[in-house]
Design a protein around this ligand. Structure first.
Ligand SMILES: Nc1ncnc2c1ncn2[C@@H]1O[C@H](COP(=O)(O)OP(=O)(O)OP(=O)(O)O)[C@@H](O)[C@H]1O
Ligand SMILES: [Mg+2]
Length: 548
């Protein structure tokens, strides 16, 4: 980039920087965003496929979850990264619908490309898309129906819809029951749900069917010393974020010991210090200690002697959950140990799960602490199960809060598409073209559901449109029977928020990318058009190479 001054070019960018403008810039950004969408498209719906992602050190993740796939892929292109962001936002806001958001975003850009070719100005498209997105929110609220937060039957259906296609088919019913139970337990009187209160603990071994729910917390640790009690009733819990160890010197110091007496003195001193710490713990009245750091052998011995149940190297996230569950404060220095900082639990016990010891913290001070133990044959199975359960927990939580749901299976998308077309003709002008493009972009959801199930997308769309034209608003694609069917009656229902969020963030990212007409990148960044090969690699299985 340079300006001219008296014939002399003035360089304002560093050497090696690149700049792409106008249609080229748009073309590149749109291509990158579409590539991201096509990478996750095949995973959509109950018959969607999974992806196997292998990272640089060979770790394998097998998943169907849109946001997980995109997070695992090392995406570099700035516009492609914006698409990944919408998946993350969707995940943060509702926990489900990440694939939908990205696929709709990609399709909006594809339709925009057609309009750009017809010389419709990007700002006109952007304006039309915004209008359409606002109208879509209105229509969605109109077609949503109310549910009672106590209606466990419908909540179970919602959990099932969120879990479909995520590798838990055989035990879906049982798991969904657990999920609804867990959410009911953690719902506040004012109707808010914090899914953080539900802890998921994974165990490889056994089958998915052996998964269970525990009222309380489970920590995947053992007590440090076999001389400690296995069970503590009326536990007074100390949460310590400091090591129970002899303090090492901060600087490298050398202690020269020249006689056996001196060595004994040194060891005695060390033991005395540890004893002082243990005495402080005893004096506080604690009978259970969860320590985020280490506990020295000598300390373990003295704690065991005092009948204290101690656990070391507890994860930070577990410490935080324990603080909530027991009402204990996190104590970060030995000097701060005192009775006031302790929390309570009815019983703390070490028990075996699938042949491994785990610690159960039950009858908690805060009854909202709930854990689900999930079991499965292999690491990959339990990992994917955990993601599916997380999605379902969030979705059920969202519905308990909002009390609004829509039918699934592409029903809302078809209805939106129909009504947005009507709306477009009432708007007229060039914006009409953009709104119509938005309307047809939404059909990508039922179309993809059909394609992924091996059905003819054209036939299915015709069927669905016909049903909706007859006022059957909840008709979606029954991928198992290969025809349009009443999704509400079939129990395929999703939270309204999944759809409102997906459509608004898809529209936002499309508009943002469309409005860019100049890409100025310092050397090596910014990316050009991904090559045919890279696009193909992304659309298929496996990882995505850097799109440079
Ligand atoms: N039994 C079913 N029949 C028809 N469609 C279904 C059924 N179950 C779920 N769906 C549809 O599948 C779509 C969701 O698919 P999927 O869960 O793979 O993607 P997502 O929710 O968008 O993203 P992710 O779950 O990866 O975050 C929704 O449109 C939903 O209505
Ligand atoms: Mg989903």
């Amino acid at each position: 980039m340079s300006a001219q001054l008296g014939g002399q070019p003035i360089l304002i960018l560093k050497e090696g920087s690149s700049r792409t403008r106008g249609r080229d810039a748009q073309g590149m950004n749109i291509a990158a965003a579409k590539a991201v969408a096509s990478a996750v498209r095949t995973t959509l719906g109950p018959k969607g496929m999974d992806k196997m992602l292998v990272d640089t050190i060979g770790d394998v993740v097998i998943t169907n979850d849109g946001v997980t796939i995109l997070k695992e892929m090392d995406i570099e292109h700035p516009a492609a990264k914006m698409m990944v962001e919408i998946a993350k936002t969707q995940d943060d806001e509702v926990g489900d619908g990440t694939t939908t958001a990205v696929v709709v975003g990609g399709e909006l850009l594809k339709k925009a490309e057609d309009l750009l070719e017809q010389d419709v100005h990007p700002t006109v498209i952007a304006q039309g898309y915004r209008q359409a997105a606002n109208k879509a929110q209105e229509i969605l609220r109109d077609i949503a129906f109310d549910i009672q937060p106590g209606d466990t039957a419908i909540l179970t259906k919602i959990a099932e819809t969120a879990m479909t296609g995520k590798g838990a088919e055989s035990s879906k019913e049982k798991l969904c029951e657990l999920i609804v139970k867990a959410i009911t337990m953690v719902t506040d009187e004012d109707g808010t749900v914090d899914t953080e209160n539900v802890k998921i603990e994974k165990k490889v071994g056994g089958s998915i069917d052996d998964s269970e729910i525990i009222e309380g917390m489970i920590i995947d640790k053992e007590r440090v010393h076999s001389g400690m009690p296995k069970l503590v009733k009326d536990a007074k819990v100390l949460l310590l974020n400091a090591a129970i160890e002899f303090k090492k010197t901060e600087v490298d110091a050398e202690i020269s010991i020249t006689s056996p007496d001196q060595l004994q003195m040194f060891l005695d001193e060390e033991e005395k210090m540890i004893k002082t710490i243990v005495n402080k713990v005893i004096a506080s009245g604690a009978n259970v200690v969860f320590c985020q750091k280490g506990i020295d052998d000598i300390a373990q011995h003295y704690l065991a002697k005092a009948g204290i149940f101690a656990v070391r190297r507890v994860k930070k996230s577990d410490m935080e959950k324990l603080a909530r569950a027991t009402g204990a404060a996190l104590v970060s220095s030995i000097d701060a140990i005192s009775t006031e900082e302790l929390g309570k639990a009815g019983r703390i016990e070490e028990r075996k799960v699938s042949g491994e010891e785990m610690i159960f913290v039950e009858e908690c001070y805060n009854p909202k602490a709930v854990s689900i133990i999930i079991k499965g044959g292999t690491d990959h199975v339990v990992d994917e199960l955990e993601r599916a359960i997380e999605d379902a927990l969030r979705v059920v939580g969202v519905v308990v809060e909002d009390k609004k749901v829509v039918a699934g299976g592409g029903a809302p998308e078809i209805e939106l598409s129909l009504r947005l077309r009507e709306y477009a003709s009432s708007v007229g002008g060039r914006a009409q073209l953009a709104i119509e493009a938005f309307a047809s972009a939404l059909e990508i959801i039922p179309r993809t559901l059909a394609e992924n199930a091996g059905l003819d997308p054209i036939d299915m769309l015709v069927d669905l449109r016909a049903a909706h034209e007859q006022g059957k608003k909840t008709f979606g694609l029954d991928v198992f029977a290969a025809k349009a069917a009443d999704m509400k009656a079939a129990g395929v229902v999703e939270p309204l928020r999944v759809k409102t969020q997906a459509i608004s963030s898809a529209a936002e990212v499309a508009v943002m990318i469309l409005r860019i007409d100049d890409v100025i990148a310092s050397s090596g960044k910014g990316g050009g058009m991904p090559s045919e090969e890279e696009m193909a690699a992304m659309g298929g299985m496996g990882g995505m190479p850097g799109m440079m």
